[in-house]
Design a protein around this ligand. Structure first.
Ligand SMILES: Cc1ncc(COP(=O)(O)O)c(C=O)c1O
Length: 395
């Protein structure tokens, strides 16, 4: 008799939803070896290709200071509030604050830590959090941990958000709107202008998660708020190092008062070991390098747009406007089967299934990176159209 865990795993497998770990070897720019096959990696968030840039990595190691100060070490050895705070962390925070023209910046260990740590710390009983339904799981978990009331509005439905604000604003002390700038599963973007209008109309705060915007958008790569010229309008701007910045960690741009409040109240900041010096060094190095990568950002937009157009021309259901290009498939089992077919054709595509995306919307999520060329992508629409035709003829 299997345990209840075994039964649940069995059920997930039967539904085509079992998640499994997939060890794979990185073999150079955008290429991985998976189960003995060399594949183009269309599932990575290394949007600028910095994680695969061996020359850049060498330059970093050569420049590292291996002296006795311990500032290149691998151990923070305690929370930043004990002995795990280094001058390096403050240099990085100052550099981020200067680039974002923000009064203050606080580092977190990851985007997940940031979202589950900031929302519950800042919003309490008597407050209301209004969150886009397609916001990342870390934001949803932050809502669950907060004592504030929360409501989720339909994805990008700012008319519904306006109605909610009209109905509820007066009942709450503080209200905050939470949105991603680039939505990671649909590749579409928030209308920042509209959100800012609502912020002023109803006197609320704006929390923007730029996990998929940092590195990719704006002249300096600071994200969508920079691109739209609205950095100063965002009350809490969360950026991460785990995606285009090829590292780990996150930060929030905020006022000095909020910085100090988070240092005292944000549990995922207080009760965890700080980032190690070697990582902070790399984060400083890679952030400065990223600021200069306009040519790569331009190329990335160009090939992503080209792919989206080519898919549309073939009648394939896609959407969005960014370097994340979704292909809607629908049923979980079909997405699983077609992902395997794509792997046989030389592409690492992983099926994204519920609960990560809504029921009935299993999909591929092509994650286009700046170290790819159009010739790497141009056959994709033909392969997908052929698979779709094959699936139709089997019905
Ligand atoms: C929008 C968004 N926010 C936060 C996170 C979490 O960031 P991290 O991977 O640094 O924990 C992710 C990760 O996928 C994300 O997509």
């Amino acid at each position: 008799m299997s345990s209840r865990y075994g039964k649940k795993l069995h059920k997930l497998k039967a539904k085509g939803r079992l998640r499994e770990l997939l060890p794979m070897k990185q073999c150079g720019a955008g290429i991985v070896n998976y189960k003995g096959h060399t594949l183009l990696n269309l599932s990575s968030n290394d949007y600028l290709g910095l994680g695969q840039d061996t020359e850049l990595r060498q330059r970093f190691y050569q420049g590292l200071d291996y002296n006795e100060s311990g500032e290149s070490g691998f151990a923070a050895a305690s929370s930043r509030l004990l002995t795990g705070d280094f001058p390096l962390s403050h240099y990085l925070e100052d550099e981020l604050a200067s680039a974002y023209e923000s009064e203050s910046v606080l580092l977190f260990n990851s985007g997940y830590h940031a979202n589950i740590g900031i929302l519950p710390a800042l919003f309490a009983k008597g407050d209301l959090i209004l969150s886009d339904k397609l916001n990342h799981a870390s934001i949803h978990d932050g809502l669950q941990l907060s004592r504030a009331d929360h409501k989720r509005f339909r994805h990008g439905d700012y008319a519904q958000l306006h109605d909610l604000l009209t109905k509820y604003r007066k009942q709450y002390d503080q209200v905050v709107i939470v949105s991603e700038s680039v939505f990671s599963m649909d590749g579409d973007e928030a209308e920042l202008d509209r959100l800012i209008e609502l912020k002023h109309e109803f006197d609320v705060r704006l929390y923007l998660d730029e996990a998929h915007g940092v590195g990719v958008y704006g002249k300096k790569g600071l994200g969508k708020a920079e691109e739209k010229g609205v950095l100063q309008e965002i009350d809490f701007l969360v950026g991460t190092f785990g995606k285009a910045l090829a590292s780990i960690g996150a930060f929030v741009c905020c006022s000095k008062e909020i910085h100090d409040y988070l240092v005292n109240h944000s549990r995922s900041f207080i009760f965890t070991t700080g980032l190690p010096p070697v990582t902070i060094n790399w984060n400083r190095f890679v952030f400065q390098h990223m600021l200069t990568m306009n040519r790569e950002r331009h190329h990335l937009q160009q090939i992503s747009t080209q792919l989206r157009h080519a898919l549309t021309e073939k009648g394939i259901a896609t959407g969005g406007s960014t370097n994340i290009v979704p292909v809607l498939i629908g049923e979980d089992g079909l997405a699983l089967k077609q992902a395997k077919q794509m792997q046989e054709l030389g592409y690492l595509v992983l099926p994204v299934r519920p609960p990560t995306v809504p029921e009935g919307t299993a999909r591929f999520r092509f994650s286009i990176c700046a170290n790819m060329q159009w010739k790497d992508l141009q056959k994709l629409p033909f392969h997908i159209a052929a698979m779709a035709a094959g699936a139709d003829s089997e019905k």
